[in-house]
Design a protein around this ligand. Structure first.
Ligand code: CTP
Length: 420
């Protein structure tokens, strides 16, 4: 038997746009890596990009003439720009400058690259590269939100030393990371959750005591972010509602930041009925201070009593939605009697599945690995200690299998009546 090694992008047509950022010097390597994975690559450069790297370099590494001008009659005769837009399975702009992002966000098309972006129906992926002040400028932030809301995927930018000598977010992601994101996108197109809308909550919540203090918990958000990433890899359209955490948003995932349990409840319930699957991975506070002091509490007394009241249960509320209820998955972080407590939550909250994991000293919170038991009515699956990213992929695979079983009314379905 001979093993034939196929690239993970074999047969894919990738239109690579290069705009005028200094990071364009990394783009020939990106072309080479894409071709190594079997992709056919056509390069389109802006006028600015041509000042950074010679088009001859891209012609050599891509094996095709480079397009730079909308008004190039010879090139248009060979393959018109609309034809080129249709040819692409995916359009990637790396580097994407602040200027290109602004043009795309406004729907402007003054040159060939932006015209192609308007003309194509293929997914658009941007690898931004710019000075950190430009990246964090409110105008760029707004443009990013507009583009992300339209489904444009972002890879990076990374943080670190910049060409201008300063340090911060704005470096173009490494070509290997951009290729990995494109492979993920290609595989997602026929993934287990292709086209499904998945809503995920992650991280802790903070319950204010006074203007400067809060009650919270040790959740890092790593598990929930990994679940959002795995769902996106499986082809889902993912919205992630995150408590206060310091983790980068997985590529292609729409993110909404909240702080308190009440904010998480409101943001989730506003979206849950439109989701096909809800995964409550957040460590939502069970209790909050009954009264928030208007001013900072002074240490005048020897003891301080906080009167705590119960927070609304987001997961139970989603599960109890009367109509349009999504397939509902909860998490149970337990220090003892893992399966007993988790099964109790599964039944009490009327869930389709629960992910039970052990927490405590050196376990669970703020670590990169974990083990879990997945429980659903009438079934279970154990996942041994592994990275949270791998665990998340196993969780998503189990959810996809159960979701399909429920939607098609399979014999082992959960009894949920409206899974579609
Ligand atoms: N959860 C929620 N809203 C809350 C509290 C919890 O949505 N206010 C969700 C979590 O996101 C998680 C699951 O419920 O998916 C587990 O929560 P947990 O607090 O452990 O469950 P409880 O029912 O509060 O059980 P116990 O206090 O006995 O641990």
């Amino acid at each position: 038997m001979y093993a034939i090694s196929m690239g993970r992008l074999t047969g894919k047509h990738i239109l690579l746009g290069i705009s005028g950022g200094i990071a364009a010097y990394k783009s020939p390597d990106l072309v080479r890596r894409l071709r190594d994975q079997g992709a056919e690559v056509r390069v389109v450069m802006t006028q600015g990009a041509g000042r950074m790297v010679s088009p001859t370099v891209f012609q050599a590494v891509s094996g095709h003439p480079v397009r730079r001008d909308l008004w190039d009659e010879q090139a248009e005769a060979a393959m018109g720009h609309i034809e080129l837009a249709r040819w692409a399975n995916c359009v990637v702009i790396a580097p994407a400058t602040a200027h290109v992002m602004a043009l795309l966000a406004s729907g402007l098309a003054p040159d060939l690259l932006t015209t192609l972006c308007l003309a194509t129906t293929a997914p658009l992926v941007l690898a931004p590269a710019m000075n950190h002040a430009m990246w964090t400028h409110p105008a760029t932030r707004d443009n990013r939100s507009v583009l992300a809301a339209r489904g444009v995927r972002f890879v990076g930018p990374a943080e670190g030393a910049q060409a201008c000598g300063e340090t911060g977010p704005g470096r173009m992601s490494e070509p290997a990371d951009i290729v990995a994101a494109l492979v993920g996108l290609a595989e997602a197109a026929d993934g287990a959750l292709a086209g499904q809308r998945v809503l995920v909550t992650a991280g802790p919540t903070r319950e204010p005591i006074d203007p400067v203090r809060f009650v919270s918990n040790r959740s890092s958000g790593k598990m929930g972010f990994a679940v959002a990433q795995a769902a996106s890899e499986a082809g889902a359209r993912v919205t992630l509602i995150a408590g206060p955490v310091h983790i980068a948003t997985p590529p292609g995932v729409e993110r909404l930041d909240v702080e308190s349990a009440a904010e998480m409840y409101e943001a989730t319930l506003a979206r849950a009925a439109r989701a096909d699957i809800y995964i409550g991975a957040a460590a939502v506070s069970d209790y909050r201070p009954g009264r928030i002091a208007d001013q900072k509490i002074k240490k005048k007394t020897e003891t301080l009593d906080l009167h705590m009241v119960k927070c609304a249960d987001v997961l139970a509320a989603v599960s109890a939605l009367p109509r349009e209820r999504p397939f509902t998955v909860g998490f149970a972080a337990e220090t003892e009697k893992l399966e007993e407590h988790a099964l109790d939550k599964l039944q009490r909250k009327g869930l389709d599945m629960i992910v039970a994991n052990r927490v405590g000293a050196n376990l669970g919170f703020d670590r990169d690995d974990n083990s879990a038991v997945l429980l659903w009515p009438g079934g279970r699956e154990e996942v041994a200690q592994t990275s949270k990213v791998e665990l998340a992929r196993r969780i998503i695979a189990a959810i996809a299998a159960r979701y399909v079983a429920a939607a098609t009314g399979g014999a082992s379905a959960t009894g949920r009546s409206n899974a579609s």
